[in-house]
Ligand binder design. Sequence first.
Ligand code: IMP
Length: 183
Amino acid sequence: MKKFEDAIDYPLITKEEIKKRNRELGQQITNDYKNKNENLLIIGILRGAVMFLTDLVKEIEIPVQIDFMAVSSYGNSSTSSGIVRIIKDLEEEVEDKNILIVEDIIDTGLTLKYISENLKARGAKSVRIATFLDKIERRKVDVRADYVGFNIPDEFVIGYGLDYAQDYRNLPYVAVLKHSIYE
Ligand code: IMP
């Protein structure tokens, strides 16, 4: 049986820190959109962003709509190729809507660059990005998140939605994966 302890190098962000930060981000998003008197459509990127999205939306004090998209990038799992394929598209129209993309982590930025350009091309009124984690030093393309949970160093992390080969998403906090697991 796989155990979390065997995969974890060290814990990076605690449950309590996540809860506190989500509350702060929810407040910030509420303040930024509350006077707009327009719909806000939150788009979660499957599957990694699910935990962050469900906690974050409960901290937003205006009604929002929620939809999901799933993408895959060609190439192997550890390096992003920049070629992104939509494997599950939205059910809602985005034209003339204020969109907030919710993502688990920005690494090279290639995935989010593709998604945000795709949504703008469909006629979104505004496109903003909320990311739970940001590995800014790994960025290859210019993508800036409007809301960032935590900036983290260049380490492979698991938990709170983030996986390694589909495992560990249900770890309730964020931990650095042992290098021996993937080396
Ligand atoms: P990007 O296109 O390089 O920004 O890739 C972002 C995607 O890579 C994320 O949505 C994650 O699925 C994955 N990813 C990048 N770094 C990590 C990590 O440390 N742990 C788990 N997944 C990661």
